[in-house]
Write a protein of this length. Sequence first.
Length: 88
Amino acid sequence: MRSESTPFEGGPMDGRSLPILLGPTGHPPKWYEIPVPDPDGAAPTVLLYERVPAGQTKRLGLQKGWKYTFRPEGTRPRVRWPWARPGR
């Protein structure tokens, strides 16, 4: 499997790059979770990062790659299907 060095932005991983495995489409996963163990033995804290475009080229506006940005609330947004009723 291929991997790509992907930079992290914000949170405790700010400024670091990790090799992330790419999926069958050549993209890294949409969400990246990093479990941080608790020293007291309680449930680990999960750091959540979301994949966003890293930038665009000047001439053609092509995407340069991906980066991960920190989600401080630690939860993924719910999927909103167009056929689902609101308020359920």
